[in-house]
Design a protein around this ligand. Structure first.
Ligand SMILES: NC(=O)c1ccc[n+]([C@@H]2O[C@H](COP(=O)([O-])OP(=O)(O)OC[C@H]3O[C@@H](n4cnc5c(N)ncnc54)[C@H](O)[C@@H]3O)[C@@H](O)[C@H]2O)c1
Length: 398
């Protein structure tokens, strides 16, 4: 099949297997070129197929030689449809890991369900008698079915208390307009916390602990975002911010629970990057286009893999970890939040419009990274060539 990008709103409904493999390889190459680290051996990544979870899996495997189990929810190819990008990424990751003689197995299914937790525990018991020593929880989902009562909760990205109006960009045509987002009601808030808060993270840790598969000194990390004041109403002070607050409370509870194993749960506040999850948030892509321009000018630009390398090198796999912030969180957003970076962005934010967008922001860079998520825009990939879209994930085919 000849595979070209098909954009619908803020997602691309096609993915290119060779391009996705190139994207994964680029991240592997980055980790191989940077100083390696030791200290994690058996790593479970929940949400391992794209974005921060994939980068974390790559960092653990190729930076520490860790064995990895990745859980994600992706679609294989069917009829005339390509597989999802995360499917191709997982296939490419496993192939590269196996070629490097690294253990890598993947589980595809709904991580919120009891069934997938059981399947994961069974695999850990079979293959890792010494247990798991690091769990990365990197799910981003618009909905969750709670296995305890079967109720499906939908998350929303809304302000709380009053409507929020600000600039936003149509990433594909570059039109800058104002958008007004109506405030959430109490149900929206509660549902978003159900989906993106710490409830499922805690259920995973409980299930793994009850099954006795957590190794001594177990660490678990979940990801959060804070960002600048201009996006506070739709992020930090909005419905998703409430979910992230819940994540922080959950981390404290998990740390208490993991005490007998000398374990610890962390929230890592990461930088804003282009992923399928962040592309869906209004206002944020315009902010990120300005952020990329300013950070590139200052030679500070980072994507998921740079952030994942810092997480492992500076915090998780070192005997001398960097300090946590006052709230006990890992801060990988330090460069994004630097005063000089944020001052420059707020000036440009006031000025930005459809006419000057391509000059004062890096919308083109944002677009390029968006296409890369789906395996498009890599110069050495021939997008006119016929390609086999029915790619297998080796461990799932076993
Ligand atoms: N993108 C950003 O700018 C940014 C910044 C800071 C923190 N974060 C946080 O990082 C985390 C990961 O986000 P991302 O941006 O990398 O998202 P992403 O969309 O790239 O990745 C989401 C992952 O979750 C998996 N997933 C979704 N629903 C699932 C389900 N039901 N069962 C199993 N797997 C499922 C997907 O398969 C994928 O592997 C989130 O907590 C997000 O809030 C993101």
């Amino acid at each position: 099949m000849i595979v070209q990008p098909k954009i619908r709103g803020f997602i691309c409904t096609t993915a290119h297997p060779v391009g996705c493999a190139a994207h994964v390889q680029q991240q592997i190459d980055f980790i191989k070129k940077h100083p390696h680290f030791t200290g994690c051996k058996n790593v479970l990544v929940i949400g391992a197929s794209t974005g921060y979870g994939l980068a974390s899996r790559i960092a653990a495997a190729f930076g520490a030689g860790a064995k990895t189990i990745g859980v994600s929810f992706e679609k294989p190819a069917a009829d005339k449809r390509t597989a999802s990008a995360g499917w191709y990424n997982t296939a490419a990751f496993e192939k590269a890991a196996h070629a490097a003689k690294l253990y890598a197995k993947s589980i595809n299914g709904d991580a919120f369900s009891d069934e997938i937790k059981k399947q994961t525990i069974k695999l850990i018991k079979k293959d890792w008698p010494e247990g798991v020593d690091l769990i990365i929880y990197s799910l981003a989902s618009p909905r969750r079915q709670d296995p305890r009562n079967g109720v499906v909760y939908n998350s929303s990205l809304k302000p709380i208390g009053k409507p929020y109006t600000n600039k936003t960009v149509d990433v594909m045509n570059g039109a800058v307009t104002n958008i007004t987002i109506e405030p959430a009601n109490d149900e929206d808030i509660a549902n978003t916390v159900k989906v993106m808060g710490g409830d499922d993270w805690a259920m995973w840790i409980d299930a793994l602990a009850d099954a006795g598969v957590l190794a001594p000194n177990i660490k678990t990390v979940s990801y959060s975002y804070i960002g600048p004041e201009l996006t506070y109403p739709v992020y930090t002070n909005g419905t998703i911010g409430k979910a992230k607050e819940h994540l922080e409370v959950t981390a404290k509870g998990l740390t208490v629970k993991l005490k007998p194993l000398n374990g610890k749960a962390f929230v890592s506040v990461n930088k804003g990057v282009v992923t399928q999850a962040s592309a869906a948030i209004p206002v944020v892509p315009l902010y990120m286009s300005l952020l990329f321009k300013v950070m590139k000018e200052k030679k500070l630009h980072e994507g998921c893999i740079e952030q994942a390398w810092r997480l492992f090198h500076d915090y998780l796999c070192t005997t001398n970890p960097k300090e946590l912030d006052n709230a006990g969180r890992i801060r990988l957003d330090d460069l994004e939040m630097r005063d000089d970076v944020q001052t420059e962005i707020s000036q440009r934010w006031n000025d930005v419009d459809s006419a000057n967008l391509m000059d004062i922001s890096d919308l083109q860079g944002y677009r390029d990274e968006f296409y890369h998520l789906f395996g498009f825009g890599f110069p050495h990939v021939d997008y006119d060539a016929d390609v086999n879209v029915d790619v297998k994930i080796p461990s799932i085919e076993e």
